[in-house]
Design a protein around this ligand. Structure first.
Ligand code: PEP
Length: 244
């Protein structure tokens, strides 16, 4: 990979507790020993772990991210919700928005657009997930879907400097199956042609085996990693192999 530095975003989804955080010692000491300008690591734990993880990461170069936020940056009567201001206040610098697991729960492009807008206002950087389902891929609708998700999700957002796109084919997430190399290259180029200068990550079943193939994709700026990021050894293995 030829980029300045490579992003490794760990999405812990609805996993992890205070005990799990102990295993991060391995990652923090690995990072201390590594060349700082090679990669950027962002940990996105469940909201219950944002504050304790912030304490652990404070003295490291690893950044903290949240997995979602409410569409309003203001406080209000929204039981169970967290706004971007609250996430920023506990140390989050990034937020994942538009993840397919939330789209499947009913998040529309319009709602995601509101979330992106309010998170930007709060000063968070956005990891904006887009990707096609298997049915859409089979119907050769991938580019149409990516285009729609980008146009609607980023509607009225002029300054995109705090947005990173994660291209995540829905059918690849958690399935162990990844697209062919040329499919990733083509779809990432398509995204980069639509938004000049945007960074694009690949997400979907990244692991210690397929990273040897994925790292050869030159137009990628990094990876969004779910399952394999929950084990520190696996996560470190992926990072090491990317640079070997
Ligand atoms: C994800 O949660 O965004 C993801 C890519 O998950 P996994 O790596 O487990 O497929």
């Amino acid at each position: 990979m030829t980029n300045k530095y490579i992003y490794f975003v760990a999405n812990w989804k609805m996993f992890g507790n205070l005990k799990t955080l102990n295993s991060l010692n391995k990652v923090t000491s690995f990072v201390k020993k590594s060349k700082r300008d090679k990669f950027k690591i962002i940990y996105c734990p469940p909201a219950t772990l944002l504050s304790p993880l912030n304490d652990i990461l404070k003295k490291t170069s690893i950044k903290l991210g949240a997995q979602n936020s409410h569409e309003s940056e203001n406080y209000g009567a929204f039981t169970g919700q967290l706004n971007s201001k609250m996430l920023k206040a506990v140390g989050a610098r990034y937020v994942i928005l538009g993840h397919s697991e939330n789209r499947q729960l009913g998040e529309s492009d319009n709602l995601i657009n509101k979330k992106i807008n309010s998170s930007i206002k709060s000063g968070l950087k956005i990891i904006f997930c887009i990707g096609e389902t298997l049915t859409q891929k089979r119907k050769k609708l991938t580019k149409k879907i990516l285009s729609q998700q980008i146009t609607q999700g980023l509607k009225k957002i002029k300054n995109k400097k705090n947005i990173i796109i994660a291209y995540e084919p829905v059918w690849s997430i958690g399935s162990g199956v990844i697209p062919k190399k040329n499919e990733i290259v083509e779809n990432v180029n398509f995204i980069k042609d639509k938004i000049k200068g945007i960074k694009v990550l690949y997400g979907g079943s990244v692991n210690g085996k397929n990273i040897n193939l994925l790292k050869k994709i030159n137009n990628l700026d990094g990876f969004l990693i779910g399952g394999a990021s929950q084990n520190s050894n696996n996560f470190i293995d992926i990072i090491k192999k990317t640079f070997n």
